[in-house]
Design a protein around this ligand. Structure first.
Ligand SMILES: [Zn+2]
Length: 317
Protein backbone atom coordinates (compact mmCIF):
# COMPACT_ATOMS: atom_id res chain seq x y z
CA UNK A 1 0.00 0.00 0.00
CA UNK A 2 0.98 3.61 -0.34
CA UNK A 3 1.16 5.53 2.90
CA UNK A 4 -0.70 8.70 2.34
CA UNK A 5 -2.41 11.72 3.72
CA UNK A 6 -6.09 11.06 3.70
CA UNK A 7 -7.88 14.14 4.83
CA UNK A 8 -7.36 17.56 6.27
CA UNK A 9 -9.47 19.03 9.02
CA UNK A 10 -10.99 22.46 9.06
CA UNK A 11 -9.77 24.36 12.14
CA UNK A 12 -13.25 24.58 13.57
CA UNK A 13 -13.49 20.78 13.49
CA UNK A 14 -10.41 20.20 15.60
CA UNK A 15 -11.84 18.71 18.79
CA UNK A 16 -10.99 19.73 22.33
CA UNK A 17 -9.31 16.41 22.97
CA UNK A 18 -7.26 16.73 19.76
CA UNK A 19 -6.16 20.19 20.81
CA UNK A 20 -5.21 18.84 24.20
CA UNK A 21 -3.17 16.05 22.61
CA UNK A 22 -1.45 18.56 20.30
CA UNK A 23 -0.62 20.83 23.20
CA UNK A 24 1.27 18.02 24.89
CA UNK A 25 3.89 18.49 22.20
CA UNK A 26 3.99 22.27 22.02
CA UNK A 27 5.93 24.69 24.14
CA UNK A 28 2.89 26.83 24.67
CA UNK A 29 -0.80 26.08 24.39
CA UNK A 30 -2.04 26.61 20.83
CA UNK A 31 -5.54 27.63 19.84
CA UNK A 32 -7.29 25.53 17.22
CA UNK A 33 -6.98 28.35 14.65
CA UNK A 34 -3.20 28.16 14.95
CA UNK A 35 -2.82 24.53 13.93
CA UNK A 36 -3.35 22.68 10.68
CA UNK A 37 -4.54 19.14 11.30
CA UNK A 38 -4.62 16.22 8.90
CA UNK A 39 -4.81 12.47 9.05
CA UNK A 40 -2.63 9.89 7.36
CA UNK A 41 -2.92 6.22 6.75
CA UNK A 42 0.49 4.90 7.76
CA UNK A 43 0.11 1.21 7.00
CA UNK A 44 -2.35 -1.68 7.08
CA UNK A 45 -2.38 -5.42 7.67
CA UNK A 46 -2.56 -6.47 3.99
CA UNK A 47 0.27 -8.37 2.35
CA UNK A 48 2.35 -5.69 0.60
CA UNK A 49 4.39 -5.71 -2.59
CA UNK A 50 7.33 -7.20 -0.68
CA UNK A 51 5.22 -10.18 0.39
CA UNK A 52 5.14 -8.93 3.96
CA UNK A 53 2.44 -7.81 6.31
CA UNK A 54 1.97 -6.29 9.73
CA UNK A 55 -0.41 -8.38 11.80
CA UNK A 56 -2.88 -6.29 13.75
CA UNK A 57 -0.87 -6.71 16.98
CA UNK A 58 2.08 -5.04 15.24
CA UNK A 59 -0.10 -2.15 14.08
CA UNK A 60 -1.23 -1.63 17.67
CA UNK A 61 2.39 -1.33 18.80
CA UNK A 62 3.27 0.95 15.87
CA UNK A 63 0.38 3.23 16.85
CA UNK A 64 2.21 3.94 20.09
CA UNK A 65 5.65 4.16 18.48
CA UNK A 66 4.55 6.73 15.91
CA UNK A 67 3.22 9.13 18.55
CA UNK A 68 5.25 12.31 18.57
CA UNK A 69 7.19 11.41 15.42
CA UNK A 70 7.82 14.32 13.12
CA UNK A 71 7.32 14.36 9.41
CA UNK A 72 9.52 16.49 7.23
CA UNK A 73 8.93 18.04 3.86
CA UNK A 74 11.99 16.65 2.16
CA UNK A 75 14.56 14.17 3.32
CA UNK A 76 16.80 16.78 4.81
CA UNK A 77 16.36 17.00 8.55
CA UNK A 78 17.46 20.64 8.51
CA UNK A 79 14.22 21.88 6.98
CA UNK A 80 12.84 21.93 10.46
CA UNK A 81 10.53 24.79 9.84
CA UNK A 82 8.42 22.70 7.58
CA UNK A 83 7.45 19.87 9.78
CA UNK A 84 4.40 18.10 11.06
CA UNK A 85 4.04 15.94 14.11
CA UNK A 86 1.90 12.91 14.81
CA UNK A 87 -0.14 13.46 17.97
CA UNK A 88 -2.57 10.56 17.75
CA UNK A 89 -2.57 7.15 16.06
CA UNK A 90 -5.10 4.36 16.13
CA UNK A 91 -5.83 1.06 14.43
CA UNK A 92 -9.10 1.16 12.52
CA UNK A 93 -11.03 -1.89 11.46
CA UNK A 94 -12.24 -2.10 7.88
CA UNK A 95 -14.73 -4.48 6.30
CA UNK A 96 -13.33 -7.87 5.35
CA UNK A 97 -10.71 -10.25 6.62
CA UNK A 98 -6.98 -10.60 6.06
CA UNK A 99 -5.27 -13.85 7.01
CA UNK A 100 -7.83 -14.69 9.65
CA UNK A 101 -8.10 -11.28 11.31
CA UNK A 102 -10.21 -8.22 10.52
CA UNK A 103 -8.78 -6.00 7.80
CA UNK A 104 -7.40 -2.93 9.50
CA UNK A 105 -5.23 0.11 8.99
CA UNK A 106 -3.17 2.41 11.13
CA UNK A 107 -4.45 5.96 10.98
CA UNK A 108 -2.43 8.79 12.45
CA UNK A 109 -3.34 12.40 13.07
CA UNK A 110 -0.70 15.06 12.61
CA UNK A 111 -0.54 18.78 13.09
CA UNK A 112 1.46 21.63 11.66
CA UNK A 113 1.71 25.12 13.05
CA UNK A 114 0.05 27.56 10.70
CA UNK A 115 2.86 29.90 9.72
CA UNK A 116 4.12 31.71 6.65
CA UNK A 117 6.85 29.14 6.24
CA UNK A 118 4.36 26.30 6.24
CA UNK A 119 1.83 28.06 4.03
CA UNK A 120 2.77 26.45 0.72
CA UNK A 121 3.02 23.01 2.19
CA UNK A 122 -0.38 23.34 3.85
CA UNK A 123 -1.84 24.46 0.54
CA UNK A 124 -0.28 21.47 -1.21
CA UNK A 125 -1.62 19.09 1.39
CA UNK A 126 -5.04 20.68 1.32
CA UNK A 127 -5.13 20.50 -2.46
CA UNK A 128 -4.04 16.87 -2.51
CA UNK A 129 -0.74 17.70 -4.25
CA UNK A 130 1.28 16.50 -1.31
CA UNK A 131 -0.43 13.27 -0.57
CA UNK A 132 2.06 10.48 -0.31
CA UNK A 133 4.34 9.97 2.60
CA UNK A 134 7.18 7.64 3.33
CA UNK A 135 7.33 6.05 6.75
CA UNK A 136 9.85 3.71 8.30
CA UNK A 137 9.94 1.31 11.19
CA UNK A 138 11.93 -1.57 12.61
CA UNK A 139 10.69 -4.93 13.81
CA UNK A 140 12.32 -7.54 16.02
CA UNK A 141 10.84 -10.59 14.32
CA UNK A 142 10.08 -11.56 10.74
CA UNK A 143 8.21 -14.84 10.72
CA UNK A 144 7.13 -17.21 7.97
CA UNK A 145 3.35 -17.46 7.65
CA UNK A 146 3.59 -21.16 6.83
CA UNK A 147 5.86 -22.57 9.52
CA UNK A 148 6.40 -19.64 11.90
CA UNK A 149 10.20 -19.66 11.50
CA UNK A 150 11.83 -16.40 12.52
CA UNK A 151 13.86 -15.30 9.53
CA UNK A 152 16.08 -13.17 11.68
CA UNK A 153 17.17 -16.25 13.58
CA UNK A 154 16.97 -19.10 11.08
CA UNK A 155 15.34 -18.80 7.66
CA UNK A 156 13.13 -21.65 6.49
CA UNK A 157 12.77 -23.08 2.99
CA UNK A 158 9.38 -21.49 2.26
CA UNK A 159 9.34 -18.74 -0.32
CA UNK A 160 7.30 -15.58 -0.22
CA UNK A 161 4.56 -15.50 -2.80
CA UNK A 162 4.47 -19.28 -3.21
CA UNK A 163 1.38 -21.28 -2.25
CA UNK A 164 1.92 -24.19 0.11
CA UNK A 165 -1.29 -26.21 0.37
CA UNK A 166 -3.90 -23.74 1.59
CA UNK A 167 -1.60 -20.90 2.50
CA UNK A 168 0.20 -18.27 0.47
CA UNK A 169 3.61 -17.74 2.03
CA UNK A 170 4.32 -14.26 3.29
CA UNK A 171 6.35 -12.81 6.09
CA UNK A 172 4.78 -11.40 9.21
CA UNK A 173 6.47 -8.32 10.63
CA UNK A 174 6.23 -8.72 14.36
CA UNK A 175 7.21 -6.90 17.53
CA UNK A 176 7.95 -3.45 16.15
CA UNK A 177 10.76 -1.82 18.08
CA UNK A 178 10.95 1.61 16.54
CA UNK A 179 9.21 4.01 14.22
CA UNK A 180 11.28 6.64 12.46
CA UNK A 181 10.69 10.15 11.28
CA UNK A 182 8.45 10.20 8.24
CA UNK A 183 8.54 12.43 5.22
CA UNK A 184 6.34 13.90 2.56
CA UNK A 185 7.32 12.43 -0.76
CA UNK A 186 8.46 15.21 -3.05
CA UNK A 187 7.35 13.65 -6.31
CA UNK A 188 4.03 11.81 -6.35
CA UNK A 189 4.22 8.11 -7.19
CA UNK A 190 7.86 8.09 -6.19
CA UNK A 191 9.14 4.63 -5.42
CA UNK A 192 9.79 5.26 -1.77
CA UNK A 193 6.26 6.30 -0.93
CA UNK A 194 5.04 3.72 1.48
CA UNK A 195 6.48 1.82 4.34
CA UNK A 196 10.18 1.12 4.68
CA UNK A 197 10.65 -1.79 7.00
CA UNK A 198 13.84 -2.55 8.72
CA UNK A 199 14.60 -5.73 10.53
CA UNK A 200 15.48 -3.83 13.68
CA UNK A 201 19.08 -4.44 12.78
CA UNK A 202 19.96 -0.88 13.55
CA UNK A 203 19.18 -1.69 17.17
CA UNK A 204 20.98 -4.99 17.28
CA UNK A 205 23.90 -3.54 15.35
CA UNK A 206 24.11 -0.55 17.63
CA UNK A 207 24.26 -2.79 20.66
CA UNK A 208 26.88 -4.94 19.01
CA UNK A 209 28.73 -1.83 18.01
CA UNK A 210 28.95 -0.54 21.59
CA UNK A 211 30.09 -3.92 22.81
CA UNK A 212 32.59 -4.68 20.08
CA UNK A 213 36.24 -4.30 20.91
CA UNK A 214 37.68 -5.02 17.48
CA UNK A 215 37.08 -3.57 14.03
CA UNK A 216 33.53 -3.17 12.82
CA UNK A 217 32.36 -2.81 9.28
CA UNK A 218 29.44 -0.65 8.32
CA UNK A 219 27.64 -0.49 5.00
CA UNK A 220 27.08 3.00 3.54
CA UNK A 221 23.41 2.48 4.44
CA UNK A 222 24.29 1.71 8.07
CA UNK A 223 26.45 4.80 8.19
CA UNK A 224 23.70 7.00 6.78
CA UNK A 225 21.30 5.51 9.26
CA UNK A 226 23.66 6.10 12.17
CA UNK A 227 24.38 9.66 11.07
CA UNK A 228 20.75 10.57 10.73
CA UNK A 229 19.83 8.96 14.02
CA UNK A 230 22.69 10.73 15.72
CA UNK A 231 21.70 14.08 14.25
CA UNK A 232 18.08 13.56 15.20
CA UNK A 233 19.06 12.63 18.75
CA UNK A 234 21.35 15.62 19.03
CA UNK A 235 18.63 17.96 17.87
CA UNK A 236 16.14 16.41 20.25
CA UNK A 237 18.58 16.59 23.15
CA UNK A 238 19.33 20.25 22.47
CA UNK A 239 15.67 21.18 22.16
CA UNK A 240 14.87 19.13 25.26
CA UNK A 241 17.55 20.80 27.36
CA UNK A 242 16.46 24.26 26.31
CA UNK A 243 12.87 23.45 27.09
CA UNK A 244 13.72 21.96 30.48
CA UNK A 245 15.82 24.96 31.49
CA UNK A 246 13.06 27.35 30.48
CA UNK A 247 10.46 25.32 32.34
CA UNK A 248 12.55 25.23 35.51
CA UNK A 249 13.04 29.01 35.37
CA UNK A 250 9.34 29.48 34.89
CA UNK A 251 8.46 27.24 37.85
CA UNK A 252 10.90 29.09 40.11
CA UNK A 253 9.40 32.42 39.03
CA UNK A 254 5.86 31.21 39.56
CA UNK A 255 6.70 29.75 42.97
CA UNK A 256 8.11 33.12 44.03
CA UNK A 257 4.93 34.75 42.82
CA UNK A 258 2.40 32.38 44.32
CA UNK A 259 4.28 31.01 47.34
CA UNK A 260 6.37 33.88 48.68
CA UNK A 261 7.12 31.82 51.80
CA UNK A 262 9.28 29.50 49.69
CA UNK A 263 12.77 30.92 49.38
CA UNK A 264 14.28 31.23 45.89
CA UNK A 265 16.93 28.69 46.88
CA UNK A 266 14.32 26.15 47.91
CA UNK A 267 12.26 26.86 44.80
CA UNK A 268 15.35 26.24 42.69
CA UNK A 269 16.01 22.99 44.49
CA UNK A 270 12.42 21.84 44.00
CA UNK A 271 12.57 22.63 40.28
CA UNK A 272 15.90 20.86 39.94
CA UNK A 273 14.56 17.65 41.45
CA UNK A 274 11.38 17.34 39.41
CA UNK A 275 11.08 15.41 36.20
CA UNK A 276 9.86 16.99 33.01
CA UNK A 277 6.24 15.82 33.29
CA UNK A 278 6.07 16.94 36.91
CA UNK A 279 7.55 20.34 36.06
CA UNK A 280 5.08 20.67 33.25
CA UNK A 281 2.11 19.94 35.50
CA UNK A 282 3.41 22.19 38.25
CA UNK A 283 4.00 25.03 35.81
CA UNK A 284 0.44 24.78 34.50
CA UNK A 285 -1.04 24.59 37.96
CA UNK A 286 1.06 27.50 39.29
CA UNK A 287 0.17 29.58 36.23
CA UNK A 288 -3.49 29.09 37.02
CA UNK A 289 -2.90 29.94 40.66
CA UNK A 290 -0.93 33.06 39.67
CA UNK A 291 -3.67 34.15 37.29
CA UNK A 292 -6.20 33.74 40.12
CA UNK A 293 -4.11 35.58 42.67
CA UNK A 294 -2.93 38.30 40.38
CA UNK A 295 -5.69 39.26 37.99
CA UNK A 296 -4.16 41.30 35.19
CA UNK A 297 -5.92 44.61 35.95
CA UNK A 298 -5.13 46.03 39.39
CA UNK A 299 -1.37 45.82 39.43
CA UNK A 300 -0.82 48.08 42.42
CA UNK A 301 -3.17 46.56 44.99
CA UNK A 302 -1.48 44.89 47.93
CA UNK A 303 -2.10 41.14 47.93
CA UNK A 304 -4.32 39.93 50.75
CA UNK A 305 -3.57 36.59 52.38
CA UNK A 306 -5.69 34.34 50.25
CA UNK A 307 -6.05 31.14 52.21
CA UNK A 308 -8.77 29.72 49.97
CA UNK A 309 -6.83 30.11 46.77
CA UNK A 310 -3.92 28.29 48.32
CA UNK A 311 -6.07 25.42 49.39
CA UNK A 312 -7.53 25.09 45.94
CA UNK A 313 -4.08 24.56 44.52
CA UNK A 314 -3.84 20.84 43.82
CA UNK A 315 -0.10 20.78 44.36
CA UNK A 316 1.15 20.29 47.86
CA UNK A 317 4.88 20.33 48.19
ZN1 LIG B 1 8.49 -21.36 6.61
Amino acid sequence: MISQIEKTLDSSLVSDSQLEQINRYTRRAFEREEVFVFSLILCDNEIDRDGERFPRASLEVLAKLFLGKTGIFDHSPVSQNQSARIFDAQVEELPGQVEGEPRCQLRAWAYMVRSDKNKDLMLDIDGGIKKEVSVGCAVAKITCSICGADWKQKPCAHQKGVRYGEGLCHHRLEEPTDAYEWSFVAVPAQKNAGVTKRAACSHVDLEKLWRSTGDVSLTPGDLRELKSRYQALEEKARAGEEYLARLKGEVVKLLALTRPEITPALAGEIAARLELSQLDQLQKSLSRAAAGRFPPMPQLCPQPEDQDAQQENPFVI
